[in-house]
Design a protein around this ligand. Structure first.
Ligand SMILES: Nc1nc2c(c(=O)[nH]1)N[C@H]1C(S)=C(S)[C@@H](COP(=O)(O)OP(=O)(O)OC[C@H]3O[C@@H](n4cnc5c(N)ncnc54)[C@H](O)[C@@H]3O)O[C@H]1N2
Ligand code: MOO
Length: 400
């Protein structure tokens, strides 16, 4: 086993694991693209915009025509959905947003800068100030036809979907969803659907938390949710079986120093190599990260419910994103300031449960520690306070 704290931060531990993971296969071509990861570059099928178009409702003119008089006869109309009319020297063309600029025109005057009648238009601003190309979106200014507009490894949200459809990309090759097996451990843990747990028993909140981290997404899937008793052989067998048809096995519990903590040995018996066991973080200090010879991830999360949920978010999600083919795989954070900072520091990366109270402001949730499921339920996310740091921050915030 490598020495404890072979990595000094969550970031360095994530990098150390990420570089050894195998990205899933890219096979299916599908039109179900939302929240999938594309496995191909997307190329513009034509210029964007496809022609010079107006950015405003107004009048297309040639600036040279304004030298003599600010009033021009209206010779035609260009509206979205039709080809442009022929422009005649010395005239203006009524034009609408998105419509094609007639050949010969070099500016569009906004409607509110004119006085209009059916047959003519008068520009009511200083005509010498009209600039070349004013209110015109030029053909190809967003992208030239044939250029790459989206890179392989992009996750498709509403924003990317709009881009794809605009360029005629209705189907794409995508990466297969990452298959994640959730294996919870512990003789004390059960479902207790019909019966009340005894005082020495508890409900499997870690399984539920991990399912809820994974299931909202379509680029990953829960391939298996199983519970394993604290038996080393059963645990090894379960892990070997889970690794057959999953890309990730995430375990909770049994990862620390107790007599019933069999996960580290079982991980090795199942054929994975431990990359780290223990990180300078709270909660989650005993966390274990391992990788198989074929680049599958085995993540042992501590059993305490706050640790399992926070570390599932901080470690499982980005590493699964890496396996899913996403180029930007690290979970994005925003900076928030704490309204109730503590004056106590610890020599660990301290992930504190917080709720958001205003834009850029968060409040630390009072918590009895990593077994406090009440505080977990009152949180919107957590902030990461670096070792030995105190004060309000700002600190990186990760939302659930
Ligand atoms: N001698 C030491 N003891 C402990 C250390 C240490 O460094 N030295 N670290 C402590 C820390 S920190 C944590 S976190 C825990 C993690 O230990 P394990 O991963 O071995 O977790 P368990 O002992 O199995 O369980 C801890 C706690 O969580 C409950 N649990 C477990 N599974 C579930 C589940 N699926 N759903 C809900 N709750 C669960 C379990 O009943 C325990 O109460 O170790 C410390 N000890
Ligand atoms: O570090 Mo443990 O995860 O707090 O209870």
């Amino acid at each position: 086993m490598p020495p404890r704290f072979s990595y000094v931060s969550p970031e360095s531990a994530l990098n150390a694991l990420a570089c050894r993971l195998q990205v899933v296969q890219a096979t299916i071509r599908t039109d179900e693209l939302t929240d999938r990861v594309i496995a191909q570059d997307v190329v513009a099928d034509r210029d964007s915009p496809a022609a010079d178009v107006s950015a405003m409702d107004g009048y297309a003119i040639s600036r040279a025509d304004l030298h003599d008089s600010p009033t021009l006869p209206v010779s035609g109309e260009s509206s979205a959905g039709s080809p442009p009319p022929q422009w005649r020297l010395g005239t203006a063309v009524r034009i609408f947003t998105g419509a094609i600029l007639p050949v010969g025109c070099d500016a569009v005057i906004k409607r509110e800068e004119t006085q209009e009648s059916e047959s003519e238009v008068t520009i009511v601003r200083d005509a010498s100030g009209v600039s070349d190309g004013e209110n015109i979106r030029c053909a190809g200014e967003n992208a030239a036809g044939g250029s790459v507009v989206m890179q392989s490894g992009t996750r498709i949200t509403a924003a990317q979907r709009a881009t794809l459809v605009n360029f005629g990309c209705l189907e794409a090759i995508v990466f297969e969803p990452v298959r994640i097996a959730i294996v919870t451990t512990g003789d004390e843990v059960g479902e207790f659907r019909q019966t009340q747990p005894e005082p020495w028993q508890l409900r499997n909140s870690n399984q539920a938390a991990l399912q809820s981290l994974i299931r909202p997404h379509r680029w990953m899937t829960v391939s298996q949710s199983v519970h394993c008793l604290d038996d080393p052989d059963a645990l090894t067998q379960q892990m070997q079986q889970s690794l057959i048809d999953s890309d990730v096995v995430v375990l909770t519990g049994g990862v620390s120093m107790g007599d019933y903590d069999h996960v580290p040995d079982a991980v090795v018996s199942a054929g994975a190599e431990i990359v780290f066991h223990g990180l300078p973080i709270r909660p989650g200090k005993p966390i274990l990260g391992a990788v198989t010879g074929d680049g599958k991830l085995v993540l042992g999360l501590p059993g305490n419910p706050v640790s399992a949920t926070v570390c599932g978010h901080r470690f499982l999600l980005p590493l699964a994103a890496k396996i899913s083919g996403q180029v930007k795989w690290k979970t994005p954070s925003a900076l928030v300031k704490l309204v109730n900072p503590s004056d106590r520091s610890i020599p660990l990366h301290w992930m504190k449960l917080v709720r958001l109270v205003d834009d850029g402001l968060a409040e630390v949730v009072a918590s009895q520690g990593s077994g406090d499921l009440v505080s977990l339920g009152q949180s919107d996310g957590y902030v990461c306070v670096p070792p030995d740091a105190i004060g309000p921050g700002p600190w990186p915030y990760f939302g659930w």
